[in-house]
Unconditional design. Structure first.
Length: 164
């Protein structure tokens, strides 16, 4: 079957249709993963597999999904995105998603996370887009700190003092 297809579709077939999904990614710089063709309809018969890796064992990875999310529903049986907490095939499932509601942020417990995207032969959607980066526990606290009125008041006085 494969051989026949190769003969029928010589080298002019866009390679990206078959090879632009999956890979090993380094989380030391934030990046994006999308389903093939996003935000256009993903092709049928996809089986993409990504592994995202943080440089240090103490680090964790966070995935943030674009709200524009559309994967064939029906119990996430035929098309789905699945996230696992590690690289093994039996690693804990952090989420398996479909339909048009983007998952909330997903955080790994360690430095490795794997993502699978599967589609069957019929009924596609826009797919998904997610941003991956190293999870920083201090970030939320810093944001809260700068928003507190107690912090802005002294800064304001200092700024005025400079002008005088
Ligand atoms: Ca489908």
């Amino acid at each position: 079957m494969c051989r026949i297809l190769l003969y029928m579709f010589p080298l002019s077939v866009p390679v990206s249709l078959y090879s632009d999904c999956g890979g090993v990614l380094d989380a030391s710089k934030p990046g994006y993963i999308t389903s093939p063709g996003y935000p256009l309809e993903y092709p049928p018969h996809q089986n993409c597999h990504w592994v995202i890796q943080a440089p240090e064992t103490s680090q964790r990875i966070v995935l943030n999904f674009n709200p524009h999310f559309e994967i064939e529903r029906l119990d996430c049986k035929y098309d789905f995105i699945e996230i696992r907490d590690g690289t093994s095939e039996t690693a804990d499932v952090l989420g398996r998603h479909c339909s048009n509601i983007a998952p909330p942020p997903i955080i790994s417990s360690g430095p490795l996370i794997q993502i699978r995207f599967v589609s069957d032969y019929a009924h596609q959607g826009a797919g998904f887009s997610l941003r991956y980066e190293i999870f920083k526990t201090g970030e939320e606290m810093m944001i809260c700190g700068t928003q507190r009125p107690g912090f802005t008041a002294p800064q304001f006085i200092l700024a005025e003092a400079k002008w005088i």
